[in-house]
Design a protein. Structure first.
Length: 194
């Protein structure tokens, strides 16, 4: 059976994937995904804060207000991520969840919009990109699990693709570090990492 992210975006322009083994059964790992507070990781909190710097330069008041609201509710759970920008696109309970967002995320002043299934069918608007981000939990031998996160990006036109590729070269290392840190946090929440 194909993953939901593969079904939703079969031909992405950019793909980033990270995998981690977890010493816990899939049900426990999926439950940890829903409950873990990624904000407890200083590294994840720092990287998310660094991502806000360009927006602070362009729209300091709006961005500062948004950051203050986040700080008051300092937990950074999957539920909070879906309330702060990403849409819940699809879910196979206990196995996979796919989040989506669209817009010009490479611009400091970008106003991102949650993406739903309809947008994945239609594709991104010209000049914008569509992002799919999943977490997939699969069984592995001896009551272990294989935890994967994958990010897929699809653009509407060649000029946008070239812009996104330039942007991606700059942010990819930090984005990859965030994803690996998130997998580690889920593994800690679920049980001892393999």
């Amino acid at each position: 059976m194909a993953s939901l992210i593969q079904e939703l975006m079969p031909e992405p322009d950019i793909v980033m994937k990270h995998v981690r083994g977890v010493h816990a059964p899939p049900g426990k790992v999926f439950a940890a995904l829903s409950s873990v507070d990624f904000g407890k990781s200083r590294l994840i909190a720092l990287l998310f804060a660094l991502r806000a710097i360009p927006a602070l330069l362009v729209a300091p008041r709006e961005t500062a207000d948004r950051l203050r609201r986040r700080k008051r509710n300092s937990t950074l759970t999957l539920d909070r991520i879906t309330k702060d920008g990403f849409g819940l696109v699809a879910e196979r309970p206990g196995q996979e969840i796919v989040l989506g967002v669209t817009g010009r995320f490479w611009k400091a002043s970008a106003k991102l919009q949650p993406a739903g299934r309809e947008l994945f069918r239609a594709g991104p608007a010209e000049g914008e990109a569509l992002v799919a981000w999943n977490f997939l939990v699969e069984p592995a031998p001896k009551e272990h699990s294989r935890l994967t996160t994958e990010t897929r990006i699809k653009t509407a036109d060649v000029d946008t693709l070239l812009t996104v590729k330039r942007y991606w070269r700059v942010v990819h290392p930090g984005s990859a570090l965030i994803r690996r840190s998130m997998l580690a946090a889920i593994a800690r929440e679920a049980g001892r990492p393999v």
